[in-house]
Design a protein around this ligand. Sequence first.
Ligand SMILES: Cc1cc2nc3c(=O)[nH]c(=O)nc-3n(C[C@H](O)[C@H](O)[C@H](O)COP(=O)(O)OP(=O)(O)OC[C@H]3O[C@@H](n4cnc5c(N)ncnc54)[C@H](O)[C@@H]3O)c2cc1C
Length: 381
Amino acid sequence: MRHPYLKEEHEIFRRSLSKFLNKECSPHYERWEKERIIPRSFWRKMGKEGFLCPDVEEAFGGSSADWGFSVVINEELEKVGSSLIGISLHSDIVVPYITAYGSEEQKRRWLPKCVTGEWITSIAMTEPGAGSDLASIETTARLEGDHYVLNGQKTFITNGILADLVIVACKTNPFVEQKHKGISLLVVERDIPGFSRGRKLNKVGLHAQDTAELIFEDCIVPKENLLGDEGKGFSYMMEKLQQERLIVAIAAQVSAEKMLQLTIDYVKSRKAFGKSISQFQNTQFKLVEMATDIEMGRSFLDQLIGEHIEGRDIVTKVSMAKWKLTEMARNVAVICMQLHGGYGYMEEYEIARRYRDIPVASIYAGTNEIMKSIIAKNLGL
Ligand SMILES: Cc1cc2nc3c(=O)[nH]c(=O)nc-3n(C[C@H](O)[C@H](O)[C@H](O)COP(=O)(O)OP(=O)(O)OC[C@H]3O[C@@H](n4cnc5c(N)ncnc54)[C@H](O)[C@@H]3O)c2cc1C
């Protein structure tokens, strides 16, 4: 059985979200890809309907919903297109830092507007000189009286252009011997002096997802914007990266399922040598192989989501799912494009967009090589 952790109420929610997306998102998606941004108005509509941050407590404007609702939202967004991952990042990756480590005052100040979509969020860890090796970041924050002075540069930041709140990983103690122990998280608000945006980056895929450089030059961040405790930023990120990796695995799985369906539909309708190309044994075997990988991926993923909802430790398994499912989806994209022939290389066919969108899933949220290093360590190697 698929989605064993979902109940009737989740499926009712799915139907209403799908109807909403059919009206408010799908007809505009191609234009947003061309404009290379998802308009704020769409974020606000998502918020108004309760489709952002559903697990935030009611006291802060959310619905106190279980994480099954987030799974439904992530799946439905990915069915439309991978560029919507920035919305998942907001609801299920960035905002959870505030709910987990924020003070009551910070939650009151930030969460309600995150839920309505008035405020869009980002997390800025990666720098031009440090991605996988996160402990080597060079952005610093020096405490001076009642504020920090933040200096540094971040790159590849999802929602970077639109973001109203950015959680910035920085060194508050650059002298500590174990580098990761000097890292803290500061929340930088849109209009803080010294904060500016750099280039909006031109990507191979995910065209509507805004990805940017962020610059902090003697940026004055009030002391009250420190998230959690000073020096604990690295462990907070390691904890929250689990859910981030699960989100990426869900997106990869759904994308693979979508590509398979698109291709099954295509091969049944396309004719060559007097018959439908679905009649060729090669076509059938390729589709069967992909369907088998996808079915196995779904079983593993569903089990993992269930364990995550139960609050179990999924570090090793989520690292497995992240590398395996993103690699599986990338292979599916290559084969599905081949089965579309020349039409698969044309932009008007969805497979072309999915082919360029999927490779980044092996890179962000920790590269697949880093996933394997984590698994190797946890195997005692
Ligand atoms: C579209 C997009 C959106 C992103 N969004 C965000 C965001 O919102 N916030 C954010 O902070 N970051 C974001 N990132 C950054 C992303 O997380 C990093 O690109 C990623 O972690 C890899 O870092 P890097 O690019 O510096 O590559 P590097 O760390 O330089 O790695 C280059 C290659 O070396 C390999 N490698 C590195 N170390 C090892 C090792 N120990 N063992 C084996 N191989 C290794 C890597 O696997 C990779 O293949 C985004 C990136 C992209 C492309």
